[in-house]
Design a protein around this ligand. Structure first.
Ligand code: NDP
Ligand SMILES: O=C(O)C1=N[C@H](C(=O)O)C[C@H](O)C1
Length: 243
């Protein structure tokens, strides 16, 4: 049976994944957390790694996984362009799955958003609103960015060139074709996302609400079991879920 190791094992997601492994009777190879545990030793004794920690940990994780030729599932968000380059480079040596959201619901939502964006012209403004618990440190959320990428793909544009986030003060009118982001933080919200398509006189709103972290943990474990049987390459949840 596939033994799964967790990077960030004591965090909210680390704990949720341990609960999921126990519920499914799957072997837990152990975990590391900030200043706790030996990363290389964990990777050696694991068949697949799951990372829900912090972007700062990613470089060491990928390097050690490459040395040991172990697949890794990356759920950590707040990743920048340089992190994505590291993932691309590692994926030539090992299987790597990275996603801003492990749930079936959000990944299906992304497919719907891509399809709607492909059918609607750029006189339909796209805005993405997300709300998360008060402890979240990154914005926009990884999921909001995943949905923004889906919308941009549908439109045949690059998100980086059309992203508008953090509006404040005299911002000027909205640019035609922009994809906007708004981030709310408060309470214990596990993760709400809404995609709004707005044109003159009408609006389409589609969204997803996570009721707790079990959906992310379930997706992460499913992804790890799937990734353990893949060859080197970069994957996302669409590959796992067959979407
Ligand atoms: N893709 C998805 O589906 C989901 C992604 N996420 C993302 O996962 C990440 C973790 O979320 P969450 O569990 O809520 O956050 P937490 O802060 O609860 O957990 C992160 C854990 O990682 C630890 N950590 C920090 N640095 C390192 C390091 N260098 N090596 C190992 N562990 C480290 C933290 O320790 P300390 O607290 O001491 O810093 C903490 O225990 C976030 O980026 C979040 O956005 C969350 C849910 C779903
Ligand atoms: O930090 C969280 O909690 C979550 N992070 C992910 C994100 O940034 O989208 C996924 C989920 O929404 C919960």
């Amino acid at each position: 049976m596939t033994a799964i190791g967790i990077i960030g094992c004591n965090g909210r997601m680390g704990r949720a994944i341990r609960t999921e492994l126990e519920a499914k009777g799957l072997p837990y190879a152990g975990g590391v957390d900030k200043g706790e545990g030996d990363l290389s030793a964990l990777i050696q004794r694991s068949d697949v790694l799951i990372d829900f920690s912090t972007p700062a940990a990613l470089k060491d994780t990928l390097e050690d996984c490459m040395l040991a030729k172990k697949p890794v599932v990356i759920g950590t968000t707040g990743l920048e362009e340089a992190h994505h380059h590291l993932i691309d480079a590692a994926s030539h040596t090992i299987p790597v799955l990275q996603t801003g959201n492990m749930s079936l619901g959000v990944n299906l939502l992304a497919a719907l958003v891509e399809s709607a964006a492909a059918r609607l012209g750029d006189d339909w403004d796209i805005e993405i609103v997300e709300m998360h618990h008060r402890h979240k440190v990154d914005a926009p959320s990884g999921t909001a960015l995943l949905l923004g990428e889906a919308a941009a793909r549908g439109r045949g544009i690059a998100l980086a060139e059309h992203k508008e986030s953090g509006r404040d003060g005299i911002t000027g009118a909205r640019a035609r074709g922009a994809i906007g982001f708004a981030a709310l933080r408060g309470g214990s919200v596990a993760g709400d996302h809404q995609v709004i398509f707005a044109t003159d006189d009408e609006r389409i709103e589609i969204g997803h609400r996570a009721e707790n972290r079990a959906i992310f943990a379930r997706g992460a474990v499913k992804a790890a079991l799937w990734l353990g049987a893949q060859s080197a390459g970069r994957y996302d949840m669409k590959n796992v879920l067959g979407l």
